[in-house]
Ligand binder design. Structure first.
Ligand SMILES: *Cc1c(COP(=O)(O)O)cnc(C)c1O
Length: 400
């Protein structure tokens, strides 16, 4: 019997797929992250024996209620906020919708002008588009080639009828971190409310509401190793924002609906872990990120780094490679067990070139060949090395 005997062949296929599974390298942590065992363990009781409704008076309900308030304390402490300033939501998209639509509605007597940027997540952009249909005016500030907006641009866009400024803390595709402190100071001076979509920044970099003059801030658990479908909106005390979901009195009457206790407990545990190892993790991610950037720039011809070289998220790398299609490269990377993305999970299949890449003005020979690799605290040097080998080989193949 030859080596191609049927049993041998099946074994070979089996071994190959085993090998591929074990070599899976996940470099798409800006799209979502893996939950750690500690997070799953924190959720477990509320999926099992402590299934009570947090608003009830018997012990399994009270346990859930206590967990909810404990989680609120954990989240508030990470931001140096008060517990009364944290509202649990179903994630980043809901928090963004709540902030933009409800502040716009609450302030409409004062004015109907909103300032944002042209590289926000669709949760902001599409909320603004909706408001435009209702008769609001929106200014979309244009970022520079690094993905930055300047405080002066914000200053120049302010009108007497401006009621809200919403600028993302860090961009999800290219990782650029915006000048939130300076923009917040301007907003405060002009007495305009300031919201930041911090979904990519929260739990990735230190972020205190004592330091940053922000009034509202969105975050989402699944971007920092927590569960999907849960997040929060920080609303500074004293800001009177209307209810987003009408119904029961949960979340102090602002966001009705029986609370996702397991999800919230998981989010709090994920935040606790992320803040507990922040300094070491950030250092390690920056080191690996810079290593990846340097090697790609030196070893792969006609590569361009997108986003600011240093004012960027610790784990974000976004490249454009001249003369190839990013989608084809992603397929070849996947065949090598490497998970990366074209920029944003929310854009997949819609457009060949993302609106963020267009906004940065990436040259047209480069723009279609854009891919994003995002690291996390568990990413190793060996993972990055494997990605480099695969990138070099597959880019050479695609360039023929
Ligand atoms: C992922 C993301 C969102 C949406 O958060 P979900 O929890 O997935 O709804 C919003 N803004 C940014 C910047 C994001 O990266």
């Amino acid at each position: 019997m030859s080596a191609f005997g049927s049993a041998g062949f099946i074994n070979l296929v089996y071994e190959r797929s085993e090998e591929k599974m074990s070599k899976q390298i996940y470099l798409d942590n800006a799209a979502t992250t893996q939950m750690s065992d500690a997070v799953k363990q924190a959720m477990e009781p509320y999926l099992q024996e402590n299934y009570g409704n947090a608003s009830t008076a018997y012990s399994i309900g009270e346990d859930a209620g206590r967990e909810l308030e404990k989680s609120r304390e954990v989240i508030a402490a990470t931001l140096h906020a008060k517990t009364s300033e944290i509202y649990f939501t179903s994630g980043g998209s809901e928090s963004d919708n709540w902030a933009v639509k409800n502040i716009a509605a609450a302030c409409k007597k004062k004015g109907r002008h909103i300032i944002t940027t042209n590289i926000e997540h669709h949760a902001i952009l599409n909320s603004c588009e909706y408001l435009e249909k209702l008769g609001y005016d929106v200014t979309y500030l244009e970022v520079d080639g690094d993905g930055l907006i300047s405080p002066e641009q914000v200053m120049d866009a302010i009108r007497p009828d401006t009621t809200l400024i919403s600028v993302m803390f860090a961009n999800n595709e290219v990782g650029t971190i915006e000048p939130i402190y300076q923009i917040g100071k301007i907003a405060r001076e002009k007495q305009i409310l300031f919201h930041t979509d911090a979904v990519q920044a929260y739990a990735q970099i230190p972020l205190s509401v004592n330091y940053y003059p922000v009034d509202l801030l969105s975050a989402s658990a699944h971007k920092f190793h927590g569960p999907k479908g849960v997040g929060f909106l920080y609303i500074r005390d004293g800001i009177d924002i209307p209810s987003f979901i009408h119904g029961g009195s949960q979340e102090r009457g602002k966001r009705a609906g029986t609370e996702n206790v397991a999800g919230i407990a998981g989010m709090a545990k994920a935040a606790e872990i992320a803040y507990g190892n922040m300094r070491k993790r950030v250092q390690k991610e920056i080191m690996l990120r810079n290593y990846l950037i340097e090697r790609v720039m030196h070893e792969i011809p006609d590569a361009k780094l997108n986003g600011h070289r240093s004012i960027r998220l610790p784990g974000n790398v976004n490249f454009s490679f001249k003369g190839l299609e990013g989608a084809s490269l992603l397929i070849l990377l996947d065949e090598d067990g490497i998970c990366a993305s074209g920029g944003s999970a929310c854009n997949t299949g819609e457009e060949r070139i993302s609106y963020v890449i267009k906004a940065l003005g990436v040259p047209e020979e480069y723009a279609p060949g854009t891919i994003r690799l995002t690291l996390c605290g568990d990413t190793t040097r060996a993972d990055v090395d494997a990605a480099l080998v695969s990138l070099k080989r597959n880019i050479a193949i695609l360039r023929g």
